[in-house]
Design a protein around this ligand. Structure first.
Ligand code: NAP
Length: 344
């Protein structure tokens, strides 16, 4: 048996290694360290994205002989052969003495690594620093559990909640710092969702660009939601990541289809009709609301009908961060979990 807290520091280090991996691309960020009997870290590894070695394999590749070492890994070692072999088997063959992990693998095909190791007589302990690691990979875990991507909805509005002026003009409400942050957030997503209305009104390019206008290394694929066609000459037709036209308003079906393509994080950029529909359907995991110090008045609210007919139906949120960007404010919020009077 391990002592309580014995592997906390090693796990925290494995978590810091996991952060080196990419947030996009379908696979989770995972870190691993190999620890000797004295508790010293003798090797480090992390996963660099789909098709590359898993964190355990990366760490094992750094030692001549792993016999008797403890593998401390942020996610339960996988049990399946995908583009790489099962990590459970690799750890067994390397002769590790013990495996400690934080979070169980929720994948239907990849889970079971802990059982395989235990069946081979290796002591395995799960749940070490589980809350910290779960929070870190929450988007990936949520996607794996729900079978749809993690959904972030972003909008920019005036202080009085308007996304555009009465005539529909909306560029630019926010300043350069806020707009630059949006580009960085795009680059942290696998896909950008946008309604046909915005494509027809604004002809956006939806690329992720740096402050010099250069394309960032990762470009999320634009996904146009709605029944209408994207016009032949639209800028989106020359997007570097390609273009997905859904020809559908069925949001659950669209998200399921994207999950099937390996997309785990989507960034909904509007417009108001699409954002409202996603909120009404209860499909939002995170809100990014940019507020500009201006007033527009009028009917063009950032969000329209979200199915709240009476105050009892309001969508309560939990604010997780407030940042000032130039003259603008970015509010990050998550849906509040509904609790029953019994607290269940
Ligand atoms: N301030 C901001 O953050 C921001 C961001 C984006 C856009 N905008 C502004 O928003 C304006 C466009 O607004 P919008 O609301 O028309 O654009 P939108 O939300 O991009 O597009 C609306 C269209 O999306 C389609 N759609 C797809 N799924 C749907 C669903 N589940 N429910 C309803 N409709 C669905 C429908 O078209 P089909 O008939 O094709 O199905 C609908 O007419 C532009 O002026 C743009 O500048 C502002």
């Amino acid at each position: 048996m391990t002592q309580p807290g014995e592997y906390d520091a090693s796990m925290r280090h494995a978590l810091s290694l996991a952060a080196h991996g990419p947030v996009t691309g379908g696979n989770p960020q995972v870190g691993c360290v190999l620890v000797d009997d004295a508790g010293r870290i003798v090797a480090e590894g992390w996963h660099r994205g789909a098709g590359t070695p898993h964190a355990e394999i990366d760490a094992l590749s750094k030692v001549e002989d792993a016999t008797g070492l403890t593998a401390v890994v942020t996610l339960e070692p996988c049990n399946h052969t995908g583009r790489t072999g099962p990590c459970s088997v690799a750890l067994l063959e390397a002769g590790v003495a013990r495996v400690v992990y934080a979070v169980s693998d929720p994948g239907a095909h990849s889970s079971g690594g802990a059982s395989t190791l235990r069946a081979a007589g290796i002591p395995v302990e799960g749940g070490v620093l589980a809350a910290e690691v779960e929070e870190f990979i929450e988007p990936w875990l949520t996607a794996a559990r729900l079978g749809r991507p993690w959904v972030t909805v972003k909008w920019a509005s005036s202080l009085d909640g308007r996304a555009a002026a009465a005539d529909g003009t909306s560029q630019w409400i926010t300043g350069t710092a806020a707009r630059q942050r949006v580009h960085e957030q795009r680059a942290q997503s696998d896909a950008i969702l946008v309604g046909t209305g915005t494509v027809l009104a604004d002809d956006p390019s939806l690329t992720a660009r740096g402050d010099g206008g250069e394309l960032l290394a990762h470009q999320p694929v634009p996904v146009v939601v709605g029944e209408r066609d994207v016009p032949a000459g639209a800028k989106l037709r020359s997007h570097p990541a390609g273009l997905i036209e859904t020809h559908s308003r069925d949001l659950s079906l669209v998200l399921e289809g994207l999950f099937g393509r390996g997309i785990r994080r989507v960034f909904v950029e509007g417009g108001p009709a699409l954002a409202s529909a996603v909120i009404e359907a209860g499909l939002v995991d995170e809100y990014l609301v940019y507020l500009a110090p201006t007033l527009l008045g009028g009917a063009r609210t950032a969000v329209g009908d979200i199915g709240v007919g009476t105050i009892g139906d309001q969508r309560r949120l939990r604010i997780t961060a407030v940042e000032t960007l130039g003259e603008d404010i970015l509010i990050t919020a998550r849906p509040r979990r509904v609790s029953t009077p019994e607290g269940n």
